[in-house]
Design a protein around this ligand. Sequence first.
Ligand SMILES: Cc1ncc(COP(=O)(O)O)c(C=O)c1O
Length: 438
Amino acid sequence: MTAVVDQNCALARVSGDDLRVPLVQGGTTTYANFDYAASAPALAQVTDRVQQLLPFYASVHRGAGYASRISTECYEAARGSVTRFLDATDDQVVVFTRNTTDSLNLLASCVPGDTVVLDIEHHANFLPWTKHGRRVVHAAATVEETVGRLVAELCSKPAALLAVTGASNVTGEVLPLERLATVAHQCGARILVDAAQLAPHRRISLRETGIDYVVFSGHKLYAPFGAGVLVGRRDWLDAAEPYLAGGGAVREVTTGGAEWAAAPQRHEGGSPNVLGAAALAAACDALCEIDAETLAAHEHRLADRLRAGLAAIPGVQLLSIWTDSPDTVGIVAFTLDGFVPGHVAAYLSAEHGIGVRDGRFCAHPLLARLGLDGALRASIGLGTTPADVDRLIEAVATLVNTGPAWNYAATNNVWNPTPETRPFTSTAPVGAAPCLVD
Ligand SMILES: Cc1ncc(COP(=O)(O)O)c(C=O)c1O
């Protein structure tokens, strides 16, 4: 696919790309979604796959009925799509979970030793690692120096695992994963990559990078149907206690005990989320169809435009962890002098129909490092257009130049327009379908 710069064109069709939302001052506008990093809209291929499967929805691994067989087939085939998407090796199994948090807690229950983490992580890749010992390394001002600190920690005392984010959920900055995999292995540890923010934006080859474990969420990968994955080396997963004891995770049960199944079934106790797994597989298949360079180029063009536009507005400070990040995905975090982030987010939503995230992004240690108790985050994805980016820049510039046109107040730190005039209903009217880049 060759990307063409057109103000109104996205790289792919996503649900809600023609959504119209009410404005506090009256009227409606097309929603500009800059909150992909929190939860991305469904890709058209994902909703199509779910629609196709719905009539066949039935029990998985539990029935002889035709629909049950089709559901089972789809569920198991979904592992193959994830395997292809990640270029996983034969030894790496795909375990379906609820989300990234679930996947990380599952792996944490299997790790046979200490885990080394950075202080920049999302809480999901920070809190679960306490079971056998979590060793926190403080990130330095550069990636280079941070890698050095990780090596020093891994070499100073044996660790089972290095658990790092693929891309920061706050700044979008990417770590050199292949290099980290090499140094972790040299120090006798394995590496886990929290790819919740990386997988939607960059292709990852487990085979080429040597990454041992990877986790991500369907709802951030354009498949918001309640499934996530843990993909990784079988031995720890087979040796560990089942994550959820119950039906589906066993080979044989007696009144005295159980013979547990091997992974992945060992850790998938209970009825699985077949629609979630099929949706996630559809997203993996659809992303495999998009040329990796086209995807990265589309995103760099939009993110560079956004960063440049915001940086030119007086009072805007863009956030970053390092001065030498090798790459940054489409996530831009910033503050605005003189404005509380929640106030800015409420204004963007109420007066401009723009959705951004504000707060501490479930990364309190990182925000503390940055000396902040809150910021704004604008994140982009396959449905974002250059026109969306320009709208956000103009809206922030208007706030700085003329101030808000409405009153806002905070209750329990949540900012809202006063008075609030917008109806909160999901039956808002929708407008014309957008076009696609091809
Ligand atoms: C980097 C990162 N890791 C983990 C998570 C947790 O994902 P989930 O809430 O889907 O479990 C998030 C969510 O924002 C994230 O950005």
